[in-house]
Design a protein around this ligand. Structure first.
Ligand SMILES: [Zn+2]
Length: 334
């Protein structure tokens, strides 16, 4: 028996990003507006300790928290991790430490960046202070980073565990002119995607304008696109089966809303999006129906794919002109 060489599996970089807009509520609004004014606000919890950053509800009792206090712009590093290779949009462009800093007066620690020459210059217990951003807008980045205090300020030898702390805080009513009420937080995932063995074969066949599924050895169903395993039997599907190209519309919807931000879906509405069971497949895939008025599309309509130059998927499916499929032939695929 010879070992089969592993099949070539596709890989591609993928980036998913979107701006996430959220309102802040009274406590976070005061916190971020405070940062804009170079003031760090915490909130007093029911046991008298101070949380920075502040939250609206007590994590232990779920009681509503509204008593804001100002804490100091100096604090103590409670733990850290060195970041030798900063990524785009991180707080500093040069290597820095991620630190948890317990600001003087606070009972909890705040995550931020510490500008330090190297990992040997960072210690648990070291004293640090806020370096404010030159331009502040009401965002956590109004704290540009932390920086070490003067060398003659001694470390805190035993960093106390989180909890109540004898505090140097000043009551604050949280009122500022023109408070920040919302933020836009950019969310971004930057990763390498591998579709695995089954989908690699599927995509490879699509490049030749063929559609290839996989058959379950147990229930004999043919899955398109293949997932590598039968979702019913739980066994690996290895038997490749070419399906289509023709198929039957099993269900459909009429789209009346134009996609606002999707350049590659710049279609005139209304149009029809359908589930299509390709001949030989036991799972319907979806595609747009063209070449027929939207209000003439129906269940059982026989369709075939239309490819455009360079397209990786069929651009749409159009009627073949065959008689409609009998309901019994596709009723299990709805
Ligand atoms: Zn099966």
């Amino acid at each position: 028996m010879t070992a089969a060489s592993p099949p070539e599996v596709l890989r591609a970089p993928l980036i998913v990003e979107f701006p996430f807009t959220r309102s802040l509520g009274p406590v976070q609004s005061a916190f971020l507006t405070g940062l804009r004014e170079r003031v760090v606000l915490g909130v007093k919890t029911s046991d008298g300790s101070v949380m920075v950053p502040p939250v609206e509800y007590d994590p232990a009792t779920a009681e509503e928290l509204r008593e804001l206090v100002e804490v100091a712009p100096t604090g103590t590093v409670t733990t850290f991790a060195w970041n030798g290779h900063p990524r785009p949009n991180q707080p500093l462009g040069t290597p820095f430490a991620w630190v948890l800093v317990r600001l003087d007066g606070a009972g909890t620690a705040l995550l931020h960046a510490l500008d330090a020459p190297g990992p040997d210059a960072v210690r648990t217990g070291m004293r640090v202070r806020i370096r404010w951003a030159a331009e502040r807008t009401g965002s956590i980045t109004d704290i540009a980073c932390f920086e070490p205090c003067e060398p003659d300020e001694p470390d805190v030898p035993d960093v106390p565990a989180e909890g109540p702390q004898a505090t140097t805080t000043t009551p604050h009513d949280g009122a500022f002119a023109e408070p920040v009420t919302g933020i836009v937080a950019p969310a971004r995932l930057d990763y390498t995607y591998s579709p695995g063995r089954a989908q690699t074969a599927y995509l490879g066949a699509l490049a030749e304008h063929r559609t290839v599924g996989e058959r379950c050895p147990s229930c004999r169903k043919v899955y398109v696109p293949p997932r590598g395993a039968c979702p019913t039997c739980g066994v690996a599907t290895t038997d490749r089966v070419e399906v289509g190209p023709r198929g039957t519309v099993t269900t459909f919807c009429i789209v009346n809303i134009k996609a606002a931000h999707t350049a590659n879906l710049d279609l005139e509405v209304p149009y029809v999006y359908a589930h299509i069971a390709l001949d030989g497949a036991d799972l319907a895939l979806h595609g747009r129906i063209g070449g027929i008025p939207y209000d003439r599309v129906r269940m059982g309509l026989r369709v075939e794919p239309v490819w455009t130059e360079g397209g990786r998927y069929p651009d749409h499916y159009r009627p073949t002109g065959e008689p409609d499929a009998e309901y019994d032939t596709y009723k299990e695929l709805l």
